[in-house]
Write a new protein. Structure first.
Length: 285
């Protein structure tokens, strides 16, 4: 039987495995070398916390700030601060001043989001400002300076709520504030929503003066700011053909929600609409 050798050479004849610590260091060094080949932006979040603007949500006629609840909740989950000013809905210049005051009260950059009449208000409120990065419209009006909403709607299907008997006047028509009769609200404004949510939106209506539709708009920020537009293709308040026309005129990046009602773009399609808002944020960094 061969004797066991005590030679140092025999003890080291098999190759020695690198120590685990050495392997870890080697892998880390290789990883860092590979990552250094990519831009730094690729190693961070798509939009860093420091670069997130405040999202200012401007409601429309026969609506209120509460209509944005689903959008606000989704944006908050993604780390965004939001604001939703309450408009008086009786005088357009006053509503524009309300939104401007909201912008003035907040530091940093903003993205403005507008629904319906709120699109006209936000575009005027953003005019001439350097703290607004972009505008996002959902089923919203985008008048040019000197145009009224009635001007924009000429030749298109009128709002369903203007049918005889669908509006309730808090005084003598036509100048008294109005609300949409709850019996008609879902069919006119929110036909794609379940009755409970439609009823909630109906209860959140802020009385609206019809004068705001005839008032000419001031300077429009969409001339100088990038815009995004979500068309509600089943809208009964703002003709979808008019929405597409406005989106084209302002050069907006446009998406279409096939069966969205007037309220569907920020409720039924809230998740997709939030993605559109966040796309506007990413594009305007």
């Amino acid at each position: 039987m061969p004797s066991r050798s005590n030679s140092p050479l025999a003890a080291t004849s098999a190759p020695r495995r690198p120590a685990p610590t050495f392997l870890a260091i080697a892998v880390l060094a290789l990883t860092l070398a590979v990552l250094s080949m990519f831009p730094a932006a690729g190693l961070t979040e798509r939009v860093s916390a420091a670069d997130r603007p405040t999202i200012v949500l401007v409601h429309g006629a026969w609506a209120g700030p509460g209509g944005w609840d689903q959008v606000r909740a989704a944006l908050a989950k993604d780390g965004y601060e939001t604001a939703a000013p309450a408009l008086g809905l009786l005088d357009m210049p006053t509503d524009v001043a309300t939104v401007r005051a909201t912008l003035d009260a907040m530091p940093g950059d903003k993205i403005l989001v507008g629904h319906s009449y709120g699109g006209a208000v936000m575009s005027q409120a953003a005019a001439g400002r350097t703290d607004v990065r972009g505008l996002v419209f959902t089923a919203a009006f985008a008048p040019d300076e000197g145009q009224s909403l009635l001007d924009l709607g000429a030749g298109y299907a009128p709002p369903a709520a203007l049918a005889l008997g669908h509006l309730l006047f808090a005084g003598d028509p036509p100048f008294a504030p109005t609300t949409i009769d709850p019996n008609y609200f879902r069919d006119d404004f929110a036909q794609d929503l379940n009755p409970k949510l439609a009823s909630t939106l109906s209860a959140q209506q802020r009385p609206t003066g019809l004068l705001i539709f005839a008032q000419p708009a001031g300077p429009a920020a969409w001339h100088s700011l990038p815009s995004w537009y979500a068309v509600s293709a089943a809208d009964r308040m703002v003709d979808p053909a008019l929405q597409r026309s406005m989106a084209g005129r302002i050069g907006a990046t446009t998406v279409e929600f096939d069966d969205a009602s007037h309220a569907g773009g920020f409720t039924h399609y809230a998740a997709r609409f939030v993605k559109l808002i966040e796309a506007a944020v990413a594009a305007t960094r």
